[in-house]
Design a protein around this ligand. Structure first.
Ligand code: AMP
Ligand code: MG
Length: 415
């Protein structure tokens, strides 16, 4: 595997897809697992298949409120009168047997009484004291949920590699499981580089900017549920950077840095990386976020993201997040849905690079439309905060006219 295809190939730059593929092909799950209480598993990938220890549902039961009957008692046409001999509630069944000409009042979720095989919904039945009149047209087994219909005992209920979400928590609970085996929490160390950076909590000196990148990264990483090692701001000094890289790589699975990889700044970091590990410095056909470093220092994977705050977010979500998911055992990786939307304003765009523009997706007259943010500078975090999607304009495309359709990538998923 080459970590530096940009250098090996005659071309100097990588496309977004090539960069993603190179990174995702390079990394493999870090391994390790632990058993945790069900609620604590939220967001974590399963280390093993969850096997159903019982059938779900556990018993044949009614899908509707109605009457449990024997299909053979029902007429092919016309009506039949049946005697109601008891009631089956959800959680409190009918202990007798339904005989010929009989029926049992049954509620949704009630266990099917012995002898009955079908449920007639209450809406089609005429009640007269202890007797009901049932029309024809019922199929055998109608309105009955079979034991094991959702999940058969011994089957895989949730596969290894799946991240536990609300549905999976509920599914595991429906099987009576109090614990599940999840993969070890990934350890991610991160720091910001730059002599101009000040940490929040003190006034800015002339020429300084507050370090915002560590906070965006904290947010993005904390959501993934990882163990975070925030190493603060490291100035652009080779000795301090070397110490920070060695500490980070010695204590984490992944080291993330921001800043210092742009042309002009990268040289001494590149020399440093070449001494400390195997790291490629890439130019990617992407805006924002063209320069990026990726490779290994010791056992740790290293991502050197650009310094501009929006470029950090773009490169994190396009290149880093899925790599972290793969390292932490997520398999398969989630789809990255894109949807078409009508772009309501023109966009100036150079062909030859993929641009991720901040946009606001909205529905108007039943059509999905997207408005590009007016401020697209790679330092303008405000427009990222106001956006709800990236408008993704690929390498091959140039300017976009108002009214043209563009693909967008939503920031939020539903579940
Ligand atoms: P660099 O990639 O180091 O050349 O930085 C590019 C731009 O991003 C410069 O204007 C930096 O001041 C700014 N920048 C770098 N790191 C940060 C950070 N952690 N927080 C806010 N701005 C940053
Ligand atoms: Mg810098």
């Amino acid at each position: 595997m080459s970590l530096d295809p940009g250098c090996a190939a005659p071309r100097q730059t990588l496309t977004v897809l090539e960069a993603r593929r190179t990174i995702l092909d390079a990394v493999a799950p870090v391994g390790g697992h632990e058993c945790v209480a069900l609620r604590a598993s939220l967001g974590r990938p399963l280390a093993r298949d969850v096997i159903a220890p019982c059938n779900v549902p556990a018993h044949d039961n009614s899908a509707m409120d109605g009457y449990a009957v024997r299909a053979e008692d029902l007429p092919a046409d016309g009506e039949v009168s049946l005697q109601v001999v008891g009631t089956a509630y959800a959680g409190r069944g009918f202990s007798g047997i339904v005989g010929r000409g009989q029926a049992v009042r049954i509620m949704t979720g009630g266990v099917m009484p012995m002898g009955a095989d079908s449920v007639v919904v209450q809406e089609v039945v005429r009640v007269d004291g202890e007797r009901i009149t049932v029309p024809s047209g019922l199929r055998r087994g109608q309105n009955v949920r079979r034991a094991g219909e959702d999940l058969a005992e011994g089957g895989v209920a949730i596969p290894r590699g799946k991240r536990m979400g609300p549905a999976e928590l509920g599914l595991a609970a429906s099987l009576g499981l109090a614990e599940v085996a999840v993969t070890r929490r990934l350890r991610v160390a991160f720091f910001s580089t730059g002599d101009e950076l000040a940490s929040i909590g003190r006034p800015l000196a002339p020429g300084e900017v507050y370090d915002s990148n560590r906070y965006t990264l904290h947010g993005a990483l904390a959501r993934l549920g990882y163990e975070l090692i925030d190493m603060g701001v490291v100035p652009d000094r080779p000795d301090e950077l070397e110490a920070a890289f060695l500490t980070a790589a010695g204590s984490a699975d992944v080291v993330l840095t921001t800043g210092g990889v742009s042309v002009g700044e990268a040289d001494f970091i590149r020399d440093l990386m070449q001494r400390l590990g195997e790291v490629g410095f890439w130019k990617i056909d992407i805006k924002p976020g063209r320069p990026m470093a990726f490779g290994r220092i010791g056992k740790a994977w290293m991502f050197g993201l650009p310094g501009n705050p929006v470029a950090v977010m773009v490169t994190f979500y396009q290149f880093v997040q899925d790599a972290l998911l793969k390292l932490s055992g997520v398999d398969p990786l989630p789809e990255r849905p894109m949807m078409p939307a009508v772009c309501v304003a023109p966009v100036r765009k150079l062909a030859g690079r993929c641009e991720f523009l901040r946009g606001r997706l909205f529905a108007e007259d039943g059509v999905w439309k997207v408005k590009p943010a007016s401020a697209q500078g790679s330092g303008v975090l405000r427009s990222l905060s106001e956006a709800n999607c990236f408008i993704v304009i690929d390498e091959n495309r140039g300017d976009v006219k108002a009214g043209e359709t563009v693909p967008v990538q939503l920031f939020e998923g539903l579940i």
